[in-house]
Design a protein around this ligand. Structure first.
Ligand code: TXA
Ligand code: MG
Length: 326
């Protein structure tokens, strides 16, 4: 059963308590309804992907009540500060480098060094973010492949019974998603057009690149652009998937009972639970990469993971990590 919570004090308190306990709560923003989870809780973030039925891990937008809260977790430069000052709260998402001590789960950013952040312009959403006191990761609150929801009814049509609650914030006034702007390189780049217009943004920070040729050029220059590159998060050690045995000079990313004989082991989930494994995937790859380099091991072997539920997304990412490097 999905609870429908009113946008009053009791409803906000209930929504905040659910989020802090790791549950999923949909809430309205000025653009569309988001499917929220505590961004610092990797298991909660994994359950977003499970509820949406996403076949791969898209990086998610993290929502904050203020620019100061956001910029405590990502590196803001002068362009970001100016845009935030003029357009936040509002339908603009900024992709920026994570701070070294950023507490947001790696899974929320799909393992990237960057994080998409925004301050939504909706009084109830802002009250919720203040009440939770943690960043909230939220993709649009629809099943994978469906259009973004702008009313409680839309949210329930896709996610009824799959999420703990929806906070009734009324119909969304903007109705299209936020503009996503990449500020990780020297040239700002439009990743998704949305509620904040390009004219407004360019009026503040100058020309913004857009279109595939620019994206490909950026990608070729090493800027990580999800979906454009086959191996967009890859550890430095080679990755061998579907391993049914393991050598002493390999590290092992285990699922279920670990194979014996590896030089180092990271267990995604001893009990072969796909949500737990998804939550630990990026941390596992990074840990084994570092451990392997420290100990002179040559490869990361990965035990087979079933191609169902979240296993599809896990295997998508592992296949990218194992893809030949260009
Ligand atoms: O209006 C909105 O933005 C809504 C509300 C709920 O805030 N959210 C939303 O989230 O539309 P979602 O997950 O449906 O779209 C997020 C977009 C995707 O296109 C994703 O690839 C991009 O943001 N994105 C997120 N993190 C990124 C990153 N680190 N680098 C590049 N793109 C990123
Ligand atoms: Mg979406």
């Amino acid at each position: 059963m999905t609870e429908i919570l009113p946008p009053d004090e009791a409803g906000l308190a209930r929504a905040a308590a659910l989020l802090r306990s790791g549950a999923l709560v949909a809430f309205g923003t000025e653009t569309v309804y988001g499917l929220g989870a505590d961004a610092t809780d990797a298991t909660a973030v994994a359950s977003i992907f499970a509820a949406k039925g996403r076949p791969h891990f898209n990086p998610l937008i993290c929502h904050y009540p203020t620019a100061a809260a956001a910029f405590a977790q990502v590196e803001a430069d002068a362009r970001a500060s100016l845009l935030a000052e003029r357009l936040w709260p509002g339908p603009l998402t900024l992709v920026l480098p994570r701070q070294p001590d950023c507490p947001v789960a790696l899974l929320a950013g799909a393992g990237l060094e960057t994080l998409a952040v925004r301050v939504p312009a909706h009084p109830v959403a802002l009250a919720l973010l203040r009440a939770v006191g943690r960043p909230i990761a939220a993709p649009s609150a629809n099943r994978s492949g469906q259009v973004s929801p702008t009313t409680v009814a839309h949210v329930l049509a896709g996610l009824e019974g799959r999420i703990a609650a929806v906070l009734d914030c009324g119909p969304c006034p903007v109705g299209v998603e936020s503009t996503v702007l990449d500020l990780t390189g020297p040239h700002p780049f439009l990743l998704r057009p949305g509620g904040a217009t390009l004219e407004t943004i360019e009026g503040l920070i100058g020309p913004v690149g857009r279109g595939i040729p620019h994206a490909v050029a950026e990608a070729a220059r090493g800027l990580r652009s999800p979906g454009l590159m086959v191996s967009h998060y890859a550890p430095s050690l080679p990755v061998r998937i579907g391993a049914s045995d393991v050598a002493a000079d390999e590290t092992l990313l285990a699922f279920g009972r670990p194979l014996a004989g590896a030089g180092a082991v990271y267990s995604l989930s001893d009990r072969a639970d796909l949500t737990e494994a998804a939550a630990r995937l990026f941390d596992g790859l990074r840990s084994l990469d570092a451990e392997g380099a420290r100990r002179g091991l040559r490869r990361i072997a990965v035990m087979p993971i079933p191609d169902q539920g979240l296993g599809l997304a896990i295997n998508d990412r592992l296949a990218r990590a194992a893809a030949p490097r260009g």
